[in-house]
Design a protein around this ligand. Structure first.
Ligand code: IVH
Length: 671
């Protein structure tokens, strides 16, 4: 009886997964909707009666589960890179010329794909089962949206293994999107319920994917096409086209328009075709991605920090609109740079209302001869940041005014400077309130100290009232000082003090980012935090030590060395330390014993770990109440596999023991 029901459930799960694939991936339904619904009901009934037979990859799980309190974050095994852009056929040919030069070839083949305008996602399959879905996030760390992604019908919950063997590990990347029709229908429903409508399908897809309640996601018409890879083991392919074929065989939806193994001329023809058919496609695309097909050539070309050298996005000319420049103002940034900003007559560009556009610097204004009162052609560059393409000289009336960069900072009134050979004009008064405000906003921003409730307006008041002159002042703010401020009451003041207090414990990379060192963004901060165990070690590092870090550029290394050589900055670090700021070295802090994922579990360590020795890992595991044994058996809960793991890894796979690579192990260990 037991066995029979189990078999019946598994059979129904398989049948429904198959029909789901025929319908949503192949677009080739093989049974009626009514029959599908009947089978689904049968499975729901059986799984309700026998909940232990319900698995996460059962087709019944696509309806969404209990809402989450917040999303977890996960680090991508390999960073999710972005793409460089080419905006014309000329620039695509420039890319081709670079590729030929760098590979020493006189010809080579590409795979070209439509560039979907959606949300990038990574799906992780272990032994053929979908185990995790993570958004791109900042490319290094993204949000875990597995429950939501399970609700997307075209995402396989299990890989198909009828054509090729199922890989042990497959991280596949793709774009989640909503079709034009799905978007229209969704907005129609929202309008009927007096809910705000989405500006465009991409926003609708992003909003739907980031729902804490997966039942809401399940009700949205999300779809996916896959096109890229993260870490993959146990799958043979030697080209992008071969990889896409393997993905199709495993049951994924691959865009049917993809052109495999084509010459550069064919790619350009495809680019023109796509521009032609773009308005008629059922979904929005914003370009063509062209990728060197052969994996060995991709490896030879390598990657830059943010993008591969072997691929480029051929973007389509963006939507452009004409509007009037009402005025030109000046913004003072964190580093004192004065940026002219055009204040525009508000205009909708590609679904978004634009009322300001950065003019970058004086060179740009002079080059484009931009004047106050001009009519200008506005675009959203890369479809995001508004930009003035050109002004319309024919529309001039003679009343337009030439913009002159002020000789003094508009905020602190100290004289500005233009450095030799640089386009930027700077306010060099380090005490300038505008700079101070921006520096503090950066310091408390999400990627820095992440202090809840300390927004732009409040930072401005705190600086204007003289309560914040340096970062360290933040940690000595008292409730009584906050209460008299605008929109502050006893409770909000207390909440802020509590939030600041909590923020004193900070991981090293976030502290480094918060300092706002020139050229040092989140990526460089993470590299530094990985390399130096303490702030003292970092401060003592020479320019050469910094430059030797893999992935660190020389300009950044210079800026960091310069920052810490400055006695004022050294003083700032000491001040932060004495006001109680301390680094939580994620690795050195053993978590609570009772509720740690590894507490009470049995682990086996094998292969070489890079962040610590096996002995150290063992000590750490003991400290959180885990057991570490020498051999893999049915009792093993996890195998931790470093590099060059051998027979234990094979044994773990045989016994279906979950295998953690070093990154995942560390992220659990420190969670
Ligand atoms: S490949 C290393 N292929 O475009 C390769 N990206 O501007 C990185 N995108 O973040 C991406 N369609 O979200 C690739 N066929 C396609 C794509 C595609 C859309 C998105 C993706 C990426 C962004 C880069």
């Amino acid at each position: 009886m037991e066995e029979r029901i189990k078999k019946q459930v598994r059979q129904l799960q398989k049948t429904l997964n198959d029909h789901n694939y025929y319908y949503h991936v192949l677009d080739d339904p093989r049974i009626s909707d009514a029959k599908y619904d009947r089978l689904m009901q049968e499975l729901i009934d059986l799984e309700t009666a026998r909940p232990e037979l319900k698995t996460p990859d059962s087709p019944t799980q696509r309806v969404g589960g209990a809402p989450l309190p917040a999303f977890d974050h996960a680090e991508h095994t390999l960073p999710m890179l972005s793409l460089d852009n080419a905006f014309s056929e000329r620039e695509i040919l420039d890319f081709h010329a670079r590729i030929l030069k760098n590979t020493g070839r006189d010809e080579l083949l590409y795979t070209a794909e439509p560039k979907l305008d959606g949300v990038a996602i990574e799906l992780r399959y272990e032994n053929g089962r979908l185990v995790q879905a993570v958004t791109r996030g900042d490319g290094v760390v993204g949000e875990v949206v597995t429950d939501n992604v399970r609700t997307i019908r075209s995402v396989p919950l299990r890989l198909r293994d009828d054509a090729i063997p199922c890989p042990d590990l497959l991280e596949v990347r793709g774009e989640v999107f909503i079709s034009r029709a799905g978007f229209q229908e969704l907005n129609r429903q929202r309008q009927a319920k007096a809910k705000p409508v989405f500006a465009n399908p991409r926003n609708a897809a992003a909003g739907s994917l980031r729902q804490l309640d997966s039942a809401v996601t399940a009700s949205r018409p999300l779809d996916i096409f896959v096109y890229g890879r993260g870490q993959v083991t146990g799958l043979a392919f030697d080209s992008q086209s071969g990889f896409l074929d393997a993905l199709s065989a495993l049951g994924f939806p691959v865009n049917p328009l993809v052109k495999r193994q084509i010459t550069i001329e064919q790619a350009l023809a495809f680019y023109r075709d796509l521009i032609e058919i773009r308005p008629d496609l059922p979904y929005e695309i914003d370009g063509m991605v062209i990728k060197v097909d052969a994996v060995d050539l991709q490896q030879m070309l390598g990657e830059k920090i943010k993008s591969p050298r072997w691929a480029i996005a051929g973007k389509f000319a963006a939507v452009e609109k004409i509007t009037r420049i009402r005025d030109i103002g000046v913004q003072v940034g964190r580093t004192g740079t004065l940026t002219p900003v055009a204040k525009l007559e508000p205009v909708k560009v590609g679904g978004v209302t634009v009322s300001r556009a950065t003019l970058h610097n004086m060179d740009e204004i002079q080059k484009k001869d931009i004047r106050i009162g001009d009519n200008a052609l506005i675009t959203r560059a890369g479809d995001v940041i508004p930009k003035v393409v050109t002004i319309l000289p024919a529309d001039r009336t003679g009343g337009e005014q030439i913009f002159v960069m002020p000789g003094h900072c508009p905020v602190c009134h100290s004289p500005v400077q233009r450095l030799e050979g640089e386009a930027a004009v700077k306010c060099i008064n380090a005490a300038c309130p505008a700079q101070r405000k921006e520096r503090i906003r950066h310091f408390v921003s999400k990627k820095g100290f992440d202090i809840d409730g300390l927004g732009k307006k409040l930072v401005e008041q705190l600086v204007d009232e003289g309560l914040l002159t340096s970062f360290a002042d933040l940690f000595t703010l008292r409730k009584e000082q906050l209460i008299p401020l605008d929109r502050m009451a006893d409770k909000s003041a207390q909440n802020l003090v509590t939030a600041i207090d909590k923020a004193r414990q900070i991981p090293m990379h976030r502290l480094i980012f918060a300092l706002g060192i020139h050229h040092t963004g989140e990526h460089a901060a993470r590299l530094l935090a990985r390399t130096f165990a303490t702030l003292d070690d970092l401060m003592a590092a020479s320019r050469e030590d910094l430059e030797a870090i893999h992935g660190m550029g020389s300009i950044t290394a210079d800026a960091i060395a310069g920052f810490f050589a400055n006695p004022e900055n050294q003083g700032l670090i000491r001040q932060l330390e004495s006001s109680g700021v301390s680094i939580v070295n994620a690795l050195a802090e053993p978590a609570e014993t009772s509720d740690h994922v590894f507490a009470g579990k049995t682990l086996v360590l094998t292969g070489t770990l890079t962040a610590m020795t096996r002995a150290e890992a063992k000590k750490r595991l003991h400290a959180i109440g885990a057991k570490v044994t020498g051999s893999v058996s049915g009792k093993t809960d996890f195998l931790v596999a470093g590099t060059e793991a051998g027979s234990k890894l094979a044994r773990a796979r045989e016994l279906n023991v979950p295998v953690l690579d070093e990154d995942r192990f560390l992220s659990f260990l420190t969670s």
